[in-house]
Design a protein around this ligand. Structure first.
Ligand code: SF4
Length: 353
């Protein structure tokens, strides 16, 4: 009797360059000095070198079967759009499952280079001013997919002689709704032997999930938090941010106080200026009262009209400047954000899957 044909076995799983325990096991399996593998990891994750170029430039080549197990990243860069006006570049990626996500590379005149990351494709929260929310949640992302945005961002920055040192989780998706994934990302991003970002240069933006904010500050006290307050009037805030119905402004303030206590520093408060909705005298009074006693930096954001969302009007620039002046006069550290990437739909709230 003939022997049955051998069963096909699953291919061995690929290993990411930021998975330290799996890399250590892989080095053992192939009797390779883990330091050689660490050199490759450092060059790709920290210096922004291209995977193949980094591989061929190693003085001691890695065994081919080991290399075959490595994956340089989980995303395909489908398209990039460079702003004609400022230093913003929008990066459109595709996941292996065919979902689209966007990141934005921001080059400030000061030389500071920042990557704005997405943690989901689309978003379930449906804030009324945000294009990501208008499309609903399209897909959740894996750890590899979130971190692949950083690998690409660092590579593009390095190819221009820039050092990507700052990250903001302000792209598609509410980061605190993906708490476990966010914490895993932060762990790897701030590990010195992996991506090596300083936690102080990483900022997580949230529309305000109080318990998750406190847990984030407990585990990563140096990671900065930005709270999208946008209104300190409960009804108005709930109209702008549906999830605000579940968390009172008092709960949010208590969480913000706890975050500043744990961080030993200020929390960033984002405030969208919308004509007749968040810039009236009563809005200003409510904002002052909410900020009273809180160690905060107020960032006023001019609204970017988005074609799909028609019922908001930006506060005129002169009125925004006056709003900022009055806040400063009350002793609140305040900036009026200059949005980059408005000509390529890459500014705040404009990312779509
Ligand atoms: S602002 Fe943030 S939480 Fe709200 S819909 Fe947009 S991505 Fe989601």
């Amino acid at each position: 009797m003939k022997a049955p044909p051998a069963l096909a076995t699953d291919p061995e799983p690929v290993i990411s360059l930021h998975d330290a325990p799996a890399l250590a096991a892989l080095a053992r399996e192939h009797r390779t000095d883990p330091q050689h593998l660490a050199k490759l990891t450092r060059r790709v994750l920290q210096h922004g070198d291209d995977f193949c170029a980094a591989l061929t430039s190693l003085k001691t080549p890695l065994p081919a079967p080991l290399v075959a197990r490595l994956t340089p990243g989980a995303l395909i860069l489908v398209k990039r759009r460079d702003s004609a006006r400022d230093g913003a570049t929008k990066l459109l990626f595709q996941t292996r499952a065919g979902e689209r996500i966007e990141s934005v590379l921001l080059r400030a005149r000061s030389g500071r280079t920042t990557l704005c990351l997405s943690i989901q494709s689309g978003c379930a929260f449906g804030c009324s001013f945000c294009a990501s929310g208008a499309s609903g949640l399209r897909a959740r992302l894996t750890l590899d997919e979130v971190l692949a945005q950083v690998i690409h961002g660092r590579q593009i920055a390095a190819s221009e002689g820039l050092n990507l040192r700052n990250l903001v989780f302000m792209g598609m998706g509410e980061p605190l709704a993906e708490e476990a994934l966010l914490h895993d990302c932060l762990e790897r991003l701030t590990t010195a032997t992996l991506f090596g970002f300083s936690p102080r240069r990483v900022c997580v933006s949230t529309v305000g999930l109080p318990e998750e904010m406190v847990r984030l500050a407990q585990r990563f006290p140096s990671v900065r938090q930005a709270l999208s307050l946008h209104s300190a009037v409960a009804n108005e805030r709930a109209a702008l941010i549906p999830v605000a119905r579940e968390h009172s402004l008092d709960d949010l303030r208590r969480a913000a106080l706890e975050v500043t206590r744990l961080a030993g520093g200020r929390i960033l408060i984002e405030y969208l200026l919308l004509a007749g909705r968040t810039d009236r005298p009563e809005d200003e009074r409510a904002l002052y009262a909410w900020l009273d006693g809180l160690s905060a930096h107020l960032n006023l954001i001019p609204y970017n009209p988005i074609w799909r969302i028609a019922d908001h009007t930006p506060t005129p620039h002169s009125a925004a400047l006056a709003f900022a002046r009055r806040c400063r006069a009350r002793g609140i550290p305040t900036t009026l954000r200059r949005s980059l990437g408005t000509d390529i739909s890459a500014a705040c709230g404009a990312l779509t899957p």
